[in-house]
Design a protein around this ligand. Structure first.
Ligand code: 8X3
Length: 249
């Protein structure tokens, strides 16, 4: 029987690319997201992708999925659901957006992790991947909600690794830098595609969702005794958060 990999936020971007790549590499992928129409498209690409409606901010939704997975060989969880929902200075920011950002990026990952740890333990093997960001390692202006939430994800990864020491469960934090996806920057700028495009302006080759999926595939397919604690992944044009080589005409 194939090992199961559960991917959250699988309807687009890094989540969808990861679901496809893991399915192509022999996993039975459980692809979860809220948007079933998008997932239905994804499922057409590979018969090893099983789709499930999932809202990581809803405890019932997470429990319903976990109940289906009891007794199954779940060996990988990719906590990918997340996002940035504003680009405001802290002084101008909305506490509701703070709560939403933490709910999706942090508490959502906690819900999924809590629900699947017993299933991984019963299977005798597990790997929890947390998608943080370079925003989880350094601050920049006008990103406080997302930066704080991703720092929390990084802290969650470190805590879990300590607490699971002695169990056959790996914990990996993947911290992407500039990745150009269809939705990330557009969501951050509340649908403003011009502002979103500026993020990548003049950058010859920002990373793609498939690039990040490849790093995840590598980390989860290493022999089970090798734990990648942290992978910081940037395009070559981005030497540091504020140091981006742009070719502007
Ligand atoms: C996204 C990277 O630079 O927008 O996780 O924070 S950044």
């Amino acid at each position: 029987m194939k090992n199961y990999a559960v991917v959250t936020g699988a309807s687009s971007g890094i989540g969808a690319a990861t679901a496809k790549l893991l399915a192509a590499n022999g996993f039975h992928v459980i692809a979860g997201a809220r948007r079933m129409d998008r997932l239905a498209e994804l499922a057409k690409s590979d018969s090893n992708i099983e789709i499930v409606e999932l809202d990581v901010t809803d405890q019932k939704s997470v429990e319903t999925l976990a109940a289906k997975l009891v007794g199954k060989p779940v060996s990988v969880l990719i906590n990918n659901a997340g996002g940035a929902f504003d680009a405001a200075a802290v002084a101008d920011s909305d506490p509701e957006i703070w709560a939403k950002t933490f709910e999706v990026n942090v508490t959502g990952a906690v819900r999924m992790t809590k629900a699947l740890i017993p299933i991984m333990k019963a299977h005798g093997q597990g790997h929890i991947v947390l998608m943080s960001s370079t925003a989880g390692r350094i601050a920049y202006e006008n990103g406080g909600t997302y930066i704080a939430a991703k720092h929390a994800v990084a802290a969650l990864a470190g805590t879990l690794r300590l607490e699971l020491n002695g169990e056959p469960i790996r914990v990996t934090e993947i911290a992407p830098g500039m990745v150009k996806t269809d939705e990330f920057a557009v969501t951050r700028f509340a649908g403003d595609k011009v502002k979103a495009a500026k993020v990548y302006e003049g950058v010859e080759k920002p990373l793609t969702d498939s690039d990040i999926a490849e790093t995840i595939r590598w980390a989860v397919m290493l022999p089970a005794h090798i734990n990648i604690d942290l992978l910081v992944v940037r395009p070559i044009a981005q030497a540091a958060q504020h140091k981006v080589h742009r070719i502007l005409k």
